[in-house]
Design a protein around this ligand. Sequence first.
Ligand SMILES: Cc1ncc(COP(=O)(O)O)c(C=O)c1O
Length: 396
Amino acid sequence: MSIQFRDLQRQYGYIKDAIDMRISHIITSAHFISGPEVKELEQTLADYVNMKHCISCANGTDAISIALMASGIGEHGGGSRKDAVFVPDFTFFSSGECPATIGATPVFVDVLKTTYNIDASSLQSAVEKVIREGQLIPKAVVAVDLFGQPFDMEGIKAICEKYGLLLLEDAAQGFGGSCTDVSGNRHMACSIGDIATTSFFPAKPLGCYGDGGAIFTNDDNIALLCRSIAVHGKDTQNLDDPNAKYNNIRLGMNSRLDTLQAGVLLGKFPIFRDEELDKVNHVAELYSELLKDVPGLTIPVVKDGMYSSWAQYTIQLPEGSDRKSIQSRLKEDKIPTNIYYVKPMHLQGAFRGTRSAEADCPVTEKLCETVLCLPIHPYLEDSEVEFVAGKLKAVL
Ligand SMILES: Cc1ncc(COP(=O)(O)O)c(C=O)c1O
C-alpha cells in the first residue's frame, strides 16, 4: 500500500485530459504571461466564492502583502508610527511575515483548542493591550481558515467592528470551505473577510503545478490597487493609454500568476468543485469515526454550520505521547505524517527581541507539542484510511 500525504499523481490520473489539453493549448499559443486563461480563472473563482473581484498573483504570501499594502497598512511618518496587525500564533509563517515585511507589527493571538482558529477572546485582550500600551495603531486582523475550516466569522467580525479593524481572511488553506451564519446564509471561504487571500501551492485544496495565489475583494478601488501593486505599481486606471504600461505610479512588486498555472487551475476546478470537496469530507468523516474513541486522542472539530476543505487532518496526541517515535513507527508502515506547526509564531527567531515576541498563547504552545497531521486527500481509499487509523491505534 503506497499512501501519499497528498497524492497529486493519483489526482492527475483522473484529470489528465483536461490538464494536458489546457497546457498544450497555452504552449501552442505561447501566451505565457497574462494570457486569456488568467482572466478566465479570475472570473471563475470570483463567481465561485461570490466576490466581485479576484486578482491573481504569484503565491499566497504575496497575496497577503499586496492586500495589506492596498489597504494602506504598514508604517507611517517615516517609521515613527507602526500599525498593529493581529495574527493567530498557530499558523504558517506568511500570515505574520507579511505584515512585518511591510513595516507593520504582527501581534500574536491565541487560538481555540477545538478548531485551531483564532480565539475571539484572546483577540479582544490583545487589542485592548495594544491600546493601553499606546505604541502601535491597531489596524487589522489576519484571520486564518486553518486546515480548511473557516474561522469564527461572527465572533471575529464583531471585534473588528468594535475597534475599527480591517479583517483580512487568509484562506490559503481554506479555499472551497464555507460557513453558514445565524440567518442561514452561506459564506464561501474568500468571501468572509473585508479582503481575502488564498494560495494555489500544489498541496493546497485547489493547487496548481507550481506557485500561485489570489486576492478577493468587493471594493473596486482596492481591486485596482491590488492589480497595480502586483505589477510594479503600474497605472491600472488608464489601461487604454499605450504609455500606461510603463507608467509606474507607486512601488509594487512582480507578482503575476503565469498562464500555465491558470490553465492547470481551470483544468482542475470542475472536479475540485463537483467531486473532490465531497470526497475529502468523506475521508475526514471516516478518520473521525475510526479515531473518535481512542483514549486521550483529540480529533478535529468542525463547528456547526462550517464546511471544511480539509487542507489537513490534524489530531492532538494523548498527553505524554512520544510524537517522534509515533511518527517513526508509522513511517515503518510507509505512512507519512507531518507536524503543522512545530513552533508558535511568537517564538520564531525572526521575531526575537521585538514586540511580536510578546504573546500570551498557552493553547498554541500546547498544540505545537501535541498535534500530528495524517495523510488526507480526496483520492484516499476507505481501505487506506482504515489502514492508517488501525496502525495509529496499534502504535498508541
Ligand atoms: C495559512 C497560510 N498562509 C499563507 C500561505 C502562503 O502561501 P504560499 O506558499 O502560496 O506563499 C500558506 C502556505 O502554506 C498558508 O498555509
